[in-house]
Ligand binder design. Structure first.
Ligand code: SF4
Length: 358
């Protein structure tokens, strides 16, 4: 089966011509896929029924996602979905909305997508890391998550404004499918989102960061640093190399020089682990004059031992960085009451399901 969402517009055209159809059929399909969100080929009414049948006979289909669980935060701004992929594998995707800047504007609607089922990186603070790695997702499965939310938003006359690759999995460990998904989502004849409205978040696969900087893409890059020294970082990210801190800072510099896009360093702030004044000062020393931006993320509690720091600690940590001339922000907390930590909803729902069965 070939999912039509896998095909780039040029590939769609090639396929159409091979099937002896006029070139404009490609645009009819693309329009339907990205503006009408059909669940099956039979719903693409712009095509003659005989050609729809041919597509099905030739093994084409639309591999839509199925919503199996939905939680919405109390303020209504965060929606977290558990979506079943075509093979019934559940993955998480999140919609985060931010109020419009102008009185009658649209809200900013950011979709956080997953790129792998589970993750091999094993970060100790992450529910996905604790479930282990199952498989890479295909580009059409990544796109399918965005399409699912795009449909929900279009019913409310809203649209997707940003996409962050920050859900389950390490996007750069699934490199070629992540890049294909970005091409599909940003192609002017595809989903058409601006490349600058996309951010890839990575735990730091150095060779892949360098490769990404050569792709001629204008996407943003966020590197999850989480510690200013290798000893602490290796404890938090057990798969990190022995000198990962310096390597990541250097990779961030190279990415900036090559693409002109400022790199964000993400820092999950964990109570009693990496939130002390001494560590804040060490981080400030490391990043001083680096020109990058630090995004402090107070830990979303998972079922484990690790805890979120107090509000005062977060403010103090930020103050130390700020006073050292480092550009930093604290991530706006969204939907912490709805299992917002990456991988947590899937873990919660699956364990509830298993408990009910036992
Ligand atoms: S934080 Fe990211 S890289 Fe680390 S285990 Fe979780 S999903 Fe994987």
């Amino acid at each position: 089966m070939t999912d039509l969402y896998r095909l780039l517009p040029e590939e769609m055209e090639e396929m159409i011509i091979e099937l002896g159809q006029p070139r404009y059929r490609a645009d009819q399909i693309l329009y339907a896929l990205y503006y009408k969100f059909p669940k099956s080929i039979s719903e693409i009414k712009q095509l003659p029924s005989i050609f729809r049948e041919t597509l099905v006979e030739k093994g084409f289909a639309i591999g839509s996602t199925k919503e199996v669980h939905r939680v919405v935060s109390k303020d209504g701004e965060t929606t977290k979905l558990l979506l079943n992929l075509q093979d019934e594998t559940p993955v998480e995707s999140v919609l985060m909305q931010y109020p419009p800047k102008k009185m009658f504007g649209h809200p900013r609607s950011t979709i956080c997508v997953s790129t792998q089922v589970g993750c091999a990186m094993g970060c100790v603070f992450c529910a996905t890391g604790q479930m282990g790695f199952e498989r890479n997702m295909k580009a059409e499965e990544i796109v399918g998550q965005v399409i699912h939310f795009a449909k929900i938003l279009s019913d409310k006359k809203q649209h997707v404004t940003n996409i962050v690759f920050m859900g389950m999995g390490e996007p750069l460990a699934n490199y070629s499918e992540t890049i294909r998904a970005i091409q599909l989502l940003t192609h002017p004849r595809g989903f058409g989102l601006g490349q600058r409205n996309i951010t890839i978040s990575t735990i730091g696969i150095i060779s892949a960061i360098d490769k990404l900087s050569e792709e001629n893409l204008q996407v943003g890059l966020a590197i999850s640093l989480h510690a200013p020294n290798d000893k602490l970082r290796q404890w938090l990210v057990p798969t990190a190399g022995k000198e990962s801190v310096k390597e990541l800072i250097d990779a961030g510099k190279r990415f900036f020089l090559k693409t002109g896009r400022r790199v964000t360093f993400e820092y999950a702030l964990i109570k009693g682990v990496n939130d002390s004044i001494k560590i804040a000062e060490e981080l400030a020393l490391l990043l001083r004059n680096n020109g990058s931006h630090v995004n402090i993320i107070p830990l979303n509690p998972t079922a484990g031992e690790l805890k979120r720091p107090s509000r005062n600690n977060v403010i103090e940590f930020e103050r130390i960085l700020y006073n050292s001339g480092i550009n930093c922000t604290v991530r706006v907390e969204k939907g912490t009451e709805i299992s917002a930590a990456c991988g947590q909803l899937r873990t919660d729902v699956l364990s509830k399901y298993n408990n009910e069965r036992n």
